[in-house]
Design a protein around this ligand. Sequence first.
Ligand SMILES: [Zn+2]
Ligand SMILES: [Zn+2]
Length: 388
Amino acid sequence: MSERFCYRCGISESEGGPLIEGLCQVCYRKENPVLLIESEISTELCQNCGSYRKRGVWVDPSSYELEELIFEVADSALIEAMEDSLSGVVREYEVVPAEEIEGIESLPVGRAVIAFQPVDWHIEYFPAIITYEVRVKARTHELQMELHNERKHVTVYVRQTVCPRCQKFLGGYFEAILQVRAEDRPLTEEERKVIGKLVEEKVDEIMRKDRMGFIQDTIEKEEGLDFYMGSTSSARKLAQAIKERFGGTISEAYELVGVDRQTSREVYRTSVSVRIPKFQKGDIVADKRGNVYEVKKVDGKGLRIKNLSTHREEHRDWKTVKREGIEIVEHERSEAMVTSITPKEVQLMDMETYETYELEKPGISLREGEIYSMIEVNGKRYFLSKKE
Ligand SMILES: [Zn+2]
Ligand SMILES: [Zn+2]
């Protein structure tokens, strides 16, 4: 059998082989490099929100600390460029820490490991410039005795831009209005505070998944609050969160605001309204049978109320509130002192008019001399609470 020689450098197969596609081991690796990355690549980050493009999609960074952020953006662009530039023979790759790649001496055919580390950088101003040393080891042929072992310097330029979301945000864009109202009354200061805080927390959560979920503007109105939202789904989620906290109803309306010049499709703006119940802690309410209650707590599930005849606390879900016809009732407040107690009755004296009157003994323990807040509904008086 005659000896074969490398067609590129002329070395004999017995010295430089086995030959692969007519090439010696060294020439095969040289002729078939795996790392084809450009030596300079460019990427962008949003100067307003720190987001950057990953495979064409704008994503939020994991760090907002400027130095970490710049490296995160540059690393990501570098990995993407490496991925795209690996020769087609590499079917699988893994990024490993720079100190680990040295020790890797064997790989299955079609597999690569890559490592990179910054070796020089200027990140005090934009464009930030980071030069990396990139290393790749790979096996692309089964006759290969040694792995491809390539290294290259790649410089990444990180420039500033404004992402499409922030362009919209900064341009005053909004897609939906979330209106928060209360039934039959304006929102109270306390409710405005609680809703403001709830909305803030919820938006933070929503923005992690929906980058358009921002609040463009908040308008304080006499009757309630209007939130101008970047996305309709965000407005809906907030309405749901408010309803869960306070109860109430949600409704939606659409308004034609114009026609998109590019798609000539009609553009609608959604108004999502959440109307929280009129009831508030401290309200005096009565059901249709005439039972009188003090509202102790209002939430998404219903009302916690104290029956002023039995002085027991009860719970009504919102359906039952409706069915029992529970409504706020007119009442008068007064204060009275317990002047005497008999087995069935209590005598009281009104603290303002000194008028005395008797009531059936209530379901609470009383002592002579104590002063109580009293409520009068439809001519009937009830003990509300002891004056401290
Ligand atoms: Zn050769
Ligand atoms: Zn942005």
